[in-house]
Design a protein around this ligand. Structure first.
Ligand code: PLP
Length: 232
């Protein structure tokens, strides 16, 4: 069961306040941090709520689940892919997502570029980095990120906007904070090395927003704090 719109809106307002406080603590402007609503496991109406409230985008982690929802939802809100993308679903992803945050290997870069050629579109992407070196997470190891970036910069249809990471699950906030700091430092290195701008740092979920904002997040991806616990 999806919560009511009123409950959603109250939580979104609360969350925006919290984000603004974390930004103030970090000496940052609240306008630097975008709030993405993660609608996975929730019905299409969840995306309609996000659009009605005025959030900038929604995130989904599975291609097939998302495509069904995108077809059913009555909203024009941009959908972004934040979960692992198999190469054989690249074409479907290119047809349905405004941006893909989970690009984590060269083969996928090549495949996405080919699919974009065919669709005659360009595709904004983020490179997913396993900045916490967590064996349970996807993402390219930090030391291989430069090679992946080079491949993406050579793909004319792809626009690399920045990096994305998921912190390892931990009760200790220092684990998330270190992970996010590492992603920011890696971004800074890559910007210098390739003389490009990588403004987007997609990091932080319901449980680690404070650490993410402190370390420079520009896009927090929030599911459970908006919609409640995930449905199986
Ligand atoms: C599910 C998910 C989120 C949101 O997680 P919550 O803890 O529900 O806020 C963020 N990012 C990714 C990649 C996810 O899969």
């Amino acid at each position: 069961m999806l919560i009511s719109y009123e409950t959603f809106a109250a939580r979104a307002r609360e969350l925006e306040k919290t984000i603004a406080e974390f930004c103030a603590d970090a000496g940052r402007l609240a306008s630097e941090v975008k709030l993405m609503a993660v609608t996975k496991t929730h019905p299409p109406a969840a995306a309609e709520y996000a659009a009605r409230y005025g959030l900038p985008c929604v995130g989904e982690n599975r291609v097939q689940e998302a495509v069904t929802k995108i077809e059913e939802a009555r909203t024009e809100i941009p959908w972004e892919l934040i979960g692992h993308l198999q190469s054989n679903k690249a074409a479907l992803a290119v047809r349905n997502f405004a941006r893909i945050q989970s690009v984590d290997r060269k083969k996928l870069v090549v495949r996405l570029n080919e699919c974009c050629e065919r669709e005659n579109r360009s595709l904004p992407i983020l490179l997913q980095v396993n900045a916490g070196r967590d064996s349970a997470k996807f993402g390219i190891p930090p030391e291989e990120a430069a090679g992946l970036l080079k491949a993406a910069l050579e793909a004319p249809r792809l626009q690399v906007q920045g990096l994305m990471t998921i912190a390892p699950l931990s009760d200790n906030p220092a684990v998330a904070r270190t992970t996010f700091a590492r992603l920011r430092e890696l971004r800074d290195e890559l910007q210098d090395r390739y003389r490009i701008a990588l403004p987007e740092l997609s990091m932080g979920m319901s449980a680690d927003l404070r650490e993410a904002i402190r370390e420079g997040s520009t896009c927090v991806r929030v599911g459970s704090a908006l919609f409640g616990p995930r449905h199986p």
